[in-house]
Ligand binder design. Structure first.
Ligand code: BDP
Length: 712
C-alpha cells in the first residue's frame, strides 16, 4: 500500500459485508472505442467489482440477452440499446443518473464523461459496502472543474512537495506517461474535467521551449493519455512568446504579426490536441510579461487568446486576477496589495470575450491560513469567474503538516457577499453562475502532485485532493461527510480508523491557524523563501505587501475606508460596514482589517497578545495528541502507510512547537508584554540542542533569532 491508488483501491470487503452484494451478471459499456470515457467506465467497473467483491464480470459493448447487467452509456446510447428511459430526472453538464433499483444497474451520463462519473459513484458505493437501491441524478454545480499543475519543463514543480514532475523532465515531456493516466483517473473519479499541466510562470527561462514542435507533440501525448478519463489538457502561456519563440520584436496584442503568431500557434496546438481545453494566463504579475507592458489593458490581453481559441470550439482563457505590484513601498499608509485585484479588474467588467474566465484566488492576498473572500467576486457582474484554491499546501505546512483544508475553503464558499442587497453566496449563487446569469463559471485548484507514490507526499493530504473535486461538484457538501467517505475508501471500513482520521483532520486547520498566524494576521511564514517555517519579521519591510505593520505597541493592517487603505470599501455596503468597525469585525479577521494595540480586548475578553500566546499553546497541544491517536490505529491499517503517516505526524508535533515558541517569543520580544500564564520563554516539551551533549556539532547564532532558544 504505497498510496498510488489513492482512494481508488477497491480493497476487498470483509466477508460478511460482501455477502450482501447484489452484483449483476455482466457490464455493458455502450461505446467500444478505447478513448471513450464510457469504455473506460466499463473497464473501471470490471476492475473495481473484481477487487471489492471478487466477482470477475465480462464487459460487452452491446446488450446480451436477459442477464441482469450494469449498463453504462449516454442517454441516446442507452435508449437505443435498451429502449427509452422513463421518468429520467433532469441532467445538466457532466451530470449522470444512477439507478440500482431492480436486478441490474443503469448509469446514464448527460455526456460520456458524466457516464464515467456515474460509474465511479457506483463503485464508491460498493467500496463502502453500500448495496442499497438508489435512483437519482447528480449534476455538477459548474462546468469548469479544473486542476492546475505548476510544473516546469525541467521537471521541477513550483510549490510542489512530492518529488519531481510526472509530466516533464530535462525540457521535454517524459516518455512514460503511466503516471499521467493514473493521475487522470484520480481526477476523473472526483469530477475534474480539465488540467493545466505547466507552471503559471511560463515566462521563466526554463519554460520558454514549451511551444516548440517537439513539445507540442509531447503535449499531444499527454492529452491522449488523459482523454479516456475525460480530462482535457490546457496550457499556461507566456505572454511574451511572440518575442521569445516567434522572433518578433513585440508581443503587443494589437500587433498583426502577434495576432497571427497566436492564431498559428493555437491552430498548431489543436492539430496535436483536438480537444484542447484552453489557456491559463498569468500576466503582469511577479515579473511575468503582460498586456500592460505594451500599454494595452488586461482585457485586450485576455481577448487576444480568446479570439485565437474561438474558431476551434469551446476552448477557454482562464485569465488570472492575481495581478499585483510586488515592489510596493510601505511608506505610504494607503498602499495595500489586497486592493490589487479589484483595482485592476473592476473597471474591465463587461469587456472580456465570452470565452474568458477570470480566475480569482479565494482571498485577496495569497492562500493564507485565513483571509476574507476576494471582493472581486462581488465586483464582476458581467464576466465569467472561477475560484482558485490550493490543494498543495503552500503556506500551510507543505504536506509535512496535516491540514485538512475544506473548513478553510468553506469560510469562502459559504460566504454571502450580499451583492446589491441580495443573497450572493459564493459557492451556491456566484460560482454556479445563478446569481449573475453566467454559464461558464467554476473552479480551479493548484494540486501539484509529483512522482512520489503518495502523489502529494503525505497520505493524509490526499483528502484535500478528494474534497476539492467533491466541493467543485457540490459546494454545499458537508466537509465532515467528505473526509469520512475519503477515509473509508482510503483506509477501510474500521469505524475507529474512520473516526480517528476524521477527528484529527477536522481539528487540523484550526490547530494550524492557532500555532501559525492568528486573528487574520496571515500565516506568518517567511515571505521571500519557501513559505514554510515561522518568520514574522520577514512579513514587513519588503515589497510583497503581506504586511503586519507590527511595532512595539500595535499590530495589524488598517484596511478601513475612514482611516486605512480603503480595502473594506471594495465589498458591498452591508459587508463593508461590518468590517469598517472593530466592534463588528469578527475576532478571526480583526488584524486583517484593523491596526490595534496588543492590549486591545477581543470579543472573547482576552487581549490580542494574550490570545496569540494562548492560541499558540493550544494549537501545538492539539497536534501533540496526533501521534498517540494515530498509534492507536496500529494493526488496523497496513504497516507501510501506518509508518509513513506516523513519521509525518511526529515531525508535525516538533515543528508545531518551533512555530509556537518562535511566534510567541517574537511578539513578546517586540511588545515586552509577558504571557499571563508564564509559559512563553519556558519551552515546554522542548529539548534544546545546546543542552544536549554535542559531538561533532557546535552552537551557532540563528536568524531569525526566534526560531531557536537562546538565539542559538
Ligand atoms: C505565490 C507563489 C508563487 C506563484 C504565485 C502565483 O508563491 O510561487 O507563482 O503565487 O500564484 O503564492 O502566481
Amino acid at each position: 500500500e504505497n498510496g498510488i491508488d489513492g482512494w481508488l483501491r477497491y480493497a476487498s470487503l470483509p466477508r460478511d459485508v460482501a455477502a450482501g452484494a447484489r452484483i449483476p451478471g455482466v457490464i455493458i459499456a455502450l461505446n467500444d472505442s478505447v478513448v471513450s470515457p464510457i469504455f473506460t467506465a466499463g473497464r473501471e467497473l470490471q476492475k473495481g467489482i473484481a477487487g471489492i467483491t471478487g466477482v470477475q464480470l465480462k464487459v460487452s459493448s452491446t446488450t446480451t440477452g436477459n442477464t441482469s447487467s450494469i449498463t453504462v452509456g449516454t442517454l441516446d446510447s442507452v435508449a437505443s440499446a435498451a429502449g427509452q428511459v422513463a421518468n429520467l430526472p433532469e441532467l445538466t453538464g457532466d451530470g449522470f443518473y444512477l439507478d440500482t433499483t431492480g436486478s441490474g444497474a443503469r448509469i446514464i451520463g448527460h455526456t460520456e464523461r458524466g457516464a464515467l462519473y456515474g460509474a465511479f459513484e457506483y463503485l464508491s458505493m460498493l467500496a463502502q459496502g453500500n448495496f442499497s437501491e438508489v435512483s437519482y441524478a447528480s449534476n455538477p454545480s459548474a462546468p469548469i472543474r479544473w486542476a492546475n499543475q505548476w510544473d516546469n519543463l525541467d521537471g521541477s514543480i513550483e510549490r510542489g512537495y512530492a518529488g519531481p514532475s510526472i509530466f516533464f523532465k530535462n525540457g521535454a515531456v517524459v516518455s512514460d506517461l503511466t503516471r499521467v493516466s493514473q493521475y487522470a483517473r484520480l481526477l476523473a473519479s472526483v469530477g475534474i474535467n480539465g488540467l493545466v499541466v505547466n507552471n503559471v510562470n511560463a515566462a521563466l527561462a526554463a519554460n520558454i521551449p514549451l511551444l516548440n514542435s517537439a513539445n507540442i507533440a509531447g503535449l499531444g501525448r499527454i492529452a491522449d493519455a488523459m482523454r479516456p478519463w475525460g480530462v482535457r489538457l490546457a496550457l499556461s502561456l507566456n505572454f511574451d512568446a511572440p518575442r521569445n519563440n516567434g522572433g518578433l520584436a513585440t508581443s503587443d496584442p494589437f500587433d498583426s504579426a502577434v495576432i497571427k503568431f497566436w492564431d498559428d500557434k493555437t491552430a498548431e496546438l489543436y492539430r496535436s490536441i483536438p480537444d484542447l481545453a484552453g489557456f491559463l494566463v498569468k500576466a503582469n504579475s511577479e515579473d511575468q510579461p503582460g498586456p500592460l507592458t505594451y500599454n494595452r489593458t488586461l482585457a485586450d490581453g485576455a481577448n487576444l487568446f480568446a479570439k485565437a481559441l474561438k474558431p476551434h470550439g469551446d476552448g477557454l482563457v482562464m485569465f488570472r486576477a492575481f495581478v499585483y505590484d510586488h515592489h510596493l513601498t510601505e511608506d505610504n499608509w494607503k498602499n495595500d496589495r489586497a486592493n490589487a485585484a479589484v483595482d485592476f479588474f473592476k473597471h474591465l467588467d463587461g469587456q472580456f470575450d465570452d470565452n474568458v474566465v477570470i480566475q480569482i484566488k479565494y482571498g485577496p492576498i495569497d492562500f493564507q491560513v485565513r483571509e476574507p473572500p476576494s471582493p472581486l467576486f462581488a465586483n464582476l457582474l458581467q464576466s465569467n469567474v472561477a475560484i482558485e484554491l490550493q490543494v498543495t499546501q503552500e503556506y500551510l505546512g507543505q504536506q509535512n503538516h496535516l491540514v485538512y483544508l475544506p473548513p478553510l475553503w468553506k469560510t469562502i464558499l459559504d460566504y454571502d457577499l450580499k451583492v446589491e442587497g441580495q443573497s450572493s453566496v459564493i459557492g451556491r449563487d456566484i460560482l454556479t453562475g445563478h446569481r449573475f446569469n453566467r454559464s461558464t463559471n467554476g473552479y480551479a485548484s493548484v494540486i501539484n502532485v509529483g512522482t512520489n507514490t503518495t502523489w502529494l507526499g503525505h497520505h493524509l493530504a490526499m483528502s484535500n485532493f478528494y474534497a476539492y473535486g467533491r466541493l467543485a461538484w457540490d459546494p454545499l457538501r458537508d466537509e465532515t461527510q467528505i473526509v469520512e467517505e475519503w477515509a473509508h475508501l482510503t483506509f477501510g471500513s474500521d469505524r475507529k480508523v474512520i473516526d480517528t482520521i476524521t477527528d484529527m483532520s477536522l481539528e487540523s486547520w484550526p490547530a494550524y491557524e492557532n500555532y501559525t498566524g492568528n486573528l487574520g494576521i496571515q500565516t506568518l511564514t517567511d515571505i521571500t523563501g519557501p513559505h514554510y517555517g515561522p518568520n514574522p519579521a520577514s512579513q514587513d519591510g519588503n515589497g510583497w505587501g503581506q504586511w503586519t505593520r507590527a511595532d512595539a505597541t500595535t499590530i495589524g493592517m488598517d484596511r478601513t475606508v475612514w482611516n486605512g487603505t480603503g480595502f473594506s470599501g471594495q465589498y458591498p455596503p452591508e459587508i463593508a460596514a461590518k468590517y469598517e468597525k472593530i466592534e463588528t469585525t469578527p475576532d478571526d479577521l480583526l488584524l486583517w482589517f484593523h491596526h490595534v494595540p496588543y492590549t486591545q480586548r477581543l470579543k472573547s475578553g482576552k487581549t490580542v497578545i494574550q490570545h496569540f500566546y494562548d492560541a499558540h499553546y493550544a494549537g501545538a497541544e492539539t497536534v501533540q495528541s496526533f501521534p498517540e491517536r494515530w498509534a492507536s490505529l496500529k494493526g488496523l491499517i497496513d504497516d507501510e502507510r501506518f509508518n509513513e503517516v506516523a513519521f509525518r505526524l511526529e515531525y508535525q508535533t516538533g515543528h508545531a512547537i518551533v512555530w509556537r515558541d518562535a511566534i510567541n517569543e517574537f511578539y513578546r520580544n517586540m511588545s515586552s508584554i509577558p504571557d499571563d500564564q508564564g509559559r512563553v520563554g519556558n519551552h515546554t516539551w522542548r529539548i534544546e540542542a545546546e543542552k544536549m551533549t554535542l559531538s561533532g556539532y557546535q552552537a551557532v547564532s540563528v536568524t531569525p533569532f526566534e526560531t531557536a532558544s537562546g538565539r542559538k
